[in-house]
Design a binder for this molecule. Structure first.
Ligand code: GLU
Length: 417
């Protein structure tokens, strides 16, 4: 992590300004897009297992909805704060626009430490949170999904609480549900699979070969571990992975599945056989063809960007690179596939899930994955073309594409009254 605190909302605003300038966007539209449309802050009271009462701060931020209902995950973490949720909501607006699905952007979060809470405490907190943001969400209004430390079980509680209050089952109110409750095939791996499609394209664009190409993955949660697994399956060589406690490195290659089993048993990837222990910072600096930051925001900063040796960075996490670091990476010629493109596979399959729910339909995994592939490659190629046209890096190109799509919808709808 960088030494000084970096506010993700400042990063998001800076990115919007870069895109607005590149697009010559009018002042009024830029001004509208700077601000989230609606913010709900709640204080969630929970009876803990020991009888104590605790109150957790929670948020739901809706950034913009010109292109469709609000969409975005809910995260549980001790670091959640309003500015972080505002940034993540704005990034959802751009993400849905880049991948071209008919949604706006939102995000939710609760400041808590899920690692220290029991399952029943988490259930009570989730249900109470849903009851408190109830007026804001709905299948045609704002559709939550998983994010950091929330999963398909959390989504099942959201579905149930919302449906209990409504009086009937509303599967389309949330995505990332378990399969037997209206979840979609392929949703678990979707974010990672989308990242893999992007890396495959980048490898081709740089004239490299996928087979044997070396990869380091920061973060071994759902996104990081699935990315490592999928890349390994198609012949990439995983040489380093990490989790919140630290990382492991072996230039001869690591079997991600065995590391996953090891981590489940031991609580961390550290100590896995035949590997050197490295810090999370050292992992970001290993020599490799592709680096996948799939953990937290602000991992690649002005303090370490110069040490990054990867040829490609594919951002599985939201906001892992600061604007100053971005500049350094661009000067170094590192090919960075930005978060709003590289991790958009998750929300894309969320969209497929929602479409299936609204139509009471169920698609096969092959169908879902093929549709995801088509969407990802199309978006990647559009961003790549845009970067050539504007002579910019992929991040600016993706932002320009996203902001222009959102601005066009907004302008056509007009400002009422
Ligand atoms: N939380 C994920 C993201 O940041 C998924 C959001 C969704 O599926 O709505 O993209």
């Amino acid at each position: 992590m960088g030494k000084k605190h970096i506010n993700p909302y400042d990063v998001a605003i800076k990115q919007l300004e870069i895109a607005s300038e590149a697009l010559n966007l009018d002042q009024g539209t830029t001004e509208i897009l700077r601000h989230p449309k609606r913010i709900l802050s709640v204080s969630i009271p929970i009876k803990m297992d020991n009888g104590d009462i605790k109150v957790y701060p929670g948020y739901r931020v809706q950034h913009h909805d010109s292109r469709g209902p609000y969409k975005g995950g809910i995260r549980y973490s001790p670091d959640v704060n309003l500015d972080e949720v505002k940034a993540l909501a704005m990034w959802m607006t751009w993400k849905c626009a880049v991948i071209d699905i008919p949604y706006g952007g939102a995000k939710g979060g609760v400041r808590c430490n899920p690692k220290e809470m029991s399952l029943s405490e988490l259930e009570r907190m989730t249900r109470r949170y849903v009851s408190m943001i109830f007026p804001l969400i709905g299948p045609l209004i704002d559709i939550p999904a998983p994010d950091m430390y929330t999963d398909s079980q959390t989504m099942a509680w959201i579905l149930d609480t919302y449906s209990q209050i409504r009086g009937y089952k509303v599967p389309g109110v949330v995505t990332g549900k378990p399969l037997h409750l209206g979840g979609s095939e392929g949703r678990e791996e979707a974010t990672s699979l989308g990242t893999v499609f992007c890396i495959n394209e980048a490898i081709k664009d740089l004239g490299l070969k996928a087979k044997g190409a070396t990869v380091a993955v920061q973060g071994y949660g759902k996104v990081g571990w699935n990315a490592a697994k999928l890349l390994h399956e198609i012949g990439y060589k995983i040489i380093g992975v990490s989790d919140s406690k630290g990382g492991i490195y072996n230039p001869n290659g690591i079997n991600p599945l065995k590391v996953y089993e090891y981590k489940n048993k031991m609580g961390s990837v550290i100590g896995y056989e035949g590997c050197k222990t490295v810090t999370n910072q050292e992992l970001l600096e290993v020599e490799c063809d592709a680096l996948v930051p799939a953990a937290l925001e602000n991992q690649i900063t002005e303090n370490n960007a110069d040490n990054v040796k990867a040829k490609i960075i594919a951002e599985g996490a939201n906001g892992p690179t600061t604007p100053k670091a971005d500049q350094i990476l661009t000067e170094k010629g590192i090919f960075t596939i930005p978060d709003i493109l590289a991790n958009s596979g998750g929300v894309t399959v969320s969209y497929f899930e929602w479409v299936q729910n609204l139509n009471r339909d169920h698609w096969t995994k092959e169908d879902v994955n093929q549709r995801l592939k088509d969407k990802m490659i199309k978006a990647y190629r559009e961003v790549y073309r845009m970067s050539k046209k504007h002579q910019t890096n992929l991040r600016t190109a993706a932002l320009v594409l996203a902001v222009s799509r959102v601005a066009e919808s907004f302008k056509t709808l007009g400002l009422w009254p």
